[in-house]
Design a protein around this ligand. Structure first.
Ligand code: HEC
Ligand code: HEC
Ligand code: HEC
Ligand code: HEC
Ligand code: HEC
Length: 270
């Protein structure tokens, strides 16, 4: 009984080995092998860090082509539906997909320059949990978020956190206090924290130009579409006239943008 089982095991092992070796690397004539695509080097570091959008879109064209339904299954017309995060005066056009709203619709093109790898930093095709395989991320890997393909705290929170209005000396949250300030952030921010948005995924000049007299434009990314109850700990760049003493709330804040996005200092530009 024991020996028969052992022989069976050896035979099964040999069979598995032989099958594994002789499986076609490509699928039926002309179709690429699915596993090869899944394990494309572009899904991993370091290749993903330098990937261009076109490299990803060669396989993932659906990300920009798919559109939402014109009608929900219960008959609701999507053109007249507006969610809580679509209430700002900057919201334009028909309902669209998540990827298109960040990459190709009008506000996205006007203010941002996001790429696939701004958000996507690679994933483990085997399992979206750390520490479950030899090839996966280690258990303590803080850059890895369980069951999520993108790290929300380091990416989404940048533009979808709460407005940190108490540190600005505002009497109340922006929706209640904005009339006092003519619905304009630049009344204060023309001279406070003026070195901002010098990152590869934003269009800093276009943002400033579009925001004159239009608080919603700034507020959109700084509390107006907040998916989180916390705020993002923005870097605190020095600005002309900055008080010498760092306030307690800002101690421990970086003074520069994240390295992978940082644009050269104006003085370093030619
Ligand atoms: C050679 C084709 C190919 C290229 C190039 C490619 N992918 Fe993929 N990708 C795939 C396939 C196949 C899958 C698995 C799809 C499935 O199982 O539904 C996949 C899955 C994914 C997933 C989903 C992972 C999951 O399981 O949640 C993401 C995110 C992704 N790719 C992003 C990217 C990004 C970003 C790039 C460019 C840096 C890229 N891919 C380049 C073929 C490719
Ligand atoms: C604003 C951030 C962001 C950008 C920019 C972005 N993605 Fe994604 N993408 C996400 C998130 C978040 C998900 C869902 C991840 C999850 O399920 O954990 C996702 C999911 C995906 C998936 C899985 C299938 C799906 O549709 O859910 C693919 C494939 C993908 N992205 C490819 C791309 C490609 C290609 C680009 C560039 C053209 C891109 N993404 C740009 C955030 C982004
Ligand atoms: C650089 C800034 C930025 C980052 C980073 C960012 N978003 Fe956005 N997001 C925006 C802007 C701007 C809009 C509004 C687009 C519009 O109104 O056309 C938006 C809209 C959305 C919407 C609503 C789309 C709709 O149909 O109205 C969702 C959901 C969303 N973001 C989720 C996320 C998630 C999840 C992430 C992280 C993976 C993320 N965002 C990262 C700027 C950003
Ligand atoms: C009454 C003047 C005033 C108004 C109005 C104002 N701010 Fe501020 N803001 C400040 C001050 C002061 C700081 C903190 C400066 C410092 O770092 O010491 C600040 C800081 C910030 C920060 C960085 C917060 C952090 O945690 O590092 C952001 C982002 C910001 N403001 C966005 C806005 C936006 C968007 C609006 C309009 C919706 C706005 N502010 C309106 C005065 C103002
Ligand atoms: C498309 C989204 C978006 C819009 C619109 C936007 N911001 Fe920002 N803002 C960001 C992001 C992302 C950062 C963090 C960039 C970084 O890491 O350096 C930031 C950083 C800041 C900071 C911190 C500056 C520092 O010391 O580094 C201030 C202040 C600020 N924004 C104010 C504003 C004001 C005022 C407006 C309108 C004129 C505005 N933002 C419009 C996304 C946006």
């Amino acid at each position: 009984m024991g020996r028969a089982f052992l022989i069976l095991l050896v035979v099964a092992g040999l069979l598995g080995f032989w099958l594994g070796r002789s499986l076609p690397v490509a699928g039926p004539a002309g179709t690429p092998d699915y596993l090869r695509l899944v394990y494309s080097p572009l899904h991993f570091k370091p290749a993903i860090e330098t990937a261009r959008d076109a490299d990803c879109l060669a396989c993932h064209g659906e990300v920009l082509e798919d559109r939402v339904r014109a009608r929900s299954p219960s008959g609701r017309d999507s053109r007249t539906a507006r969610a809580w995060y679509q209430q700002l005066s900057t919201y334009q056009g028909e309902q669209d997909t998540f990827h298109r709203r960040h990459l190709v619709t009008s506000l996205a093109r006007q203010l941002m320059r996001l790429s696939c790898n701004t958000c996507h930093q690679g994933h483990d095709p085997r399992d979206q949990a750390p520490g479950t395989s030899a090839t996966g991320p280690a258990q303590g890997d803080a850059a890895f978020t369980l069951r999520k393909g993108v790290n929300p705290e380091t990416i989404c929170l940048k533009c979808h956190g709460q407005m940190n209005w108490p540190v600005m000396g505002l009497p109340a949250a922006w929706p209640e206090s904005k009339r006092k300030f003519n619905d304009d952030c630049l009344g204060c921010h023309a001279t406070i924290r003026t070195r901002r948005h010098q990152v590869s995924y934003l269009k800093p000049d276009a943002i400033e130009a579009a925001a004159k007299g239009k608080g919603d434009l700034c507020f959109g990314c700084h509390g107006g579409r907040a998916w989180y109850r916390l705020n993002y700990p923005y870097p605190r760049h020095a600005w002309p006239g900055m008080p010498e003493k760092t306030p307690a709330w800002a101690s421990g804040r970086p003074t520069e943008s994240e390295a992978r996005f940082r644009l050269p200092e104006p003085s370093e530009k030619k």
